[in-house]
Write a protein that binds this ligand. Structure first.
Ligand code: PSV
Ligand code: MN
Length: 433
């Protein structure tokens, strides 16, 4: 890949400076874990297996409907986005997959993009269709909906976009299509609820019929926004029913921000696991609604509780357990690469902490209806600082003990600012909603 890259020797040199402190932290953690009968090395080995995808659009500064404040050196095209994703991967070693949003990041030459990704150890895992905004020159508008629009011509256009995403995804080596629609209504009476859902299923059936045999189709629900009165796929129940109607390869995708404030998302996760329809996650954090804040930045305990349900299902051998993880957040006031590296680590941290839960002790407390003891089991795992485990897993895989520190010291952003003078009109796109 052209342009400045952080060299492996640079990472190794910086790691050398942090090795003694890491060794001391590992030793302390090892004796703490040993008291619970847990082997430190096993925890490090497990941490090394965690994977989370980065959205191509996430490496650009996001925005709100009040504005966007791009930073220096933003990627101007999908190849530059790929270079930023490669940098993240090089430092954190758990993000080899990229999800592409179409048409935001449609490559002119898919084979060239797939080859460039492979050259950096990356791959495209999913394509996300976008029928939530109009594109220049588009024949029909999505102002009043896309896959559920009352006009069959609009629905056909939205279906065709998804079919096009499948074709493009095949050329890129992807294995999944994620569908999120903004369709809904702003006024009571504006939309016939059952009619819109029937139209959704009819559109999705056409898309599902074209899904390659080894692909998965993810249906993403969202409570509200941009429609503020009703949303067609507003909750996990609707999403579950649609996935069941479509077939085995249709699964539900849970975006943590797409629920009412205070909603118990972990029980949603548990239900979908039990029903065999949990496909994966869009991770982010929020204080009020779909805030798209950095994963683990507001409520790391909730993230832990979600991962606790996942690890529990994994350990009890729930059939079909195979969720995928992607970061889906908007970086408005940070360097997006720093946010993505930190967020990937927060997800990995919650997963590793959840793996420390003493499940026998928890089951026992649950049997005895000892609520305090049960909570204490969860808290003991959650309060374990697994930072040294994550650092060791990264370092052994060739990544950085402290990714953000190495990134800053490398001068990557300054180099990119020189290499990538801002395109007239602002350049790279961010997230919407
Ligand atoms: C919608 O809010 C969403 O979570 C969907 O996943 C979109 O594809 C993504 O954000 C980007 O706007
Ligand atoms: Mn999402």
């Amino acid at each position: 890949m052209a342009g400045f890259a952080i060299r492996e020797e640079f990472i190794a040199d910086e790691n050398a400076a942090g090795e003694a402190a890491l060794a001391a932290d590992l030793e302390a953690l090892s004796s703490r874990l040993a008291r619970d009968g847990i082997e430190l090395e096993e925890v490090i080995a497990r941490a090394a297996t965690f994977r989370i995808a980065v959205p191509s659009w996430g490496v650009g500064t996001g925005g709100t409907r009040f504005g966007r404040f791009p930073g220096p050196g933003e990627p101007r095209d999908v190849f530059e986005k790929l270079a930023d994703c490669a940098t993240i991967y090089r430092l954190v070693r758990i993000t080899p997959a990229i999800s592409l949003h179409i048409p935001w990041d449609r490559p002119d030459d898919p084979a060239a993009l797939a080859a460039a990704a492979a050259a950096s150890g990356l791959h495209i895992d999913a394509v996300n269709s976008n029928t939530f905004e109009d594109q220049p020159g588009q024949r029909h508008s999505y102002k009043f909906g896309s896959l559920t629009h009352t006009d069959p011509a609009v629905r056909r256009q939205a279906v065709e976009h998804n079919l096009d995403c499948l074709a493009l995804g095949r050329a890129l080596g992807a294995r999944a299509l994620s569908v999120w629609i903004a369709d809904g209504s702003n006024f009571p009476g504006q939309q016939h609820f059952r009619g819109a859902l029937e139209r959704y299923l009819e559109s999705l059936r056409t898309i599902y019929a074209a899904l390659p045999a080894d692909w998965r189709l993810y249906l993403e629900h969202k409570l509200y926004e941009p429609a503020f009165y009703s949303t067609v796929i507003f909750d996990w129940g609707t999403s579950y029913w649609c996935a069941r109607e479509l077939g085995d390869r249709a699964l539900c995708l849970v975006d943590l921000g797409h629920h009412a404030p205070g909603a118990n998302v972990e029980i949603v996760v548990s239900r979908l696991l039990q029903l065999g329809k949990l496909g994966g996650f869009h991770l982010n954090d929020s204080q009020y609604g779909d805030d798209d804040l950095d994963t683990g930045s507001i409520d790391p305990y909730r993230l832990f509780r979600v991962f606790h349900e996942l690890v529990d299902a994994e350990r009890s051998g729930v059939a079909g357990f195979d969720p995928v993880y992607m970061l889906d957040q908007s970086h408005n006031v940070t360097d997006p690469l720093e946010s993505l590296m930190t967020s990937a680590e927060e997800a990995q941290r919650a997963w590793v902490q959840a793996s420390l839960v003493d499940r026998a002790a928890l089951a026992d407390a649950q049997e005895r209806n000892d609520a305090i003891a049960a909570m204490a089991v969860l808290k003991r795992a959650f309060r374990t600082d697994v930072s040294p485990v994550l650092a060791a897993a990264r370092q052994r895989a060739g990544g950085a003990i402290d990714p953000v520190a190495v990134y800053r010291l490398s001068g990557y952003r300054e180099e990119k600012a020189r290499e990538r003078p801002a395109a007239p009109g602002g350049g790279g796109s961010g997230i919407v909603g």
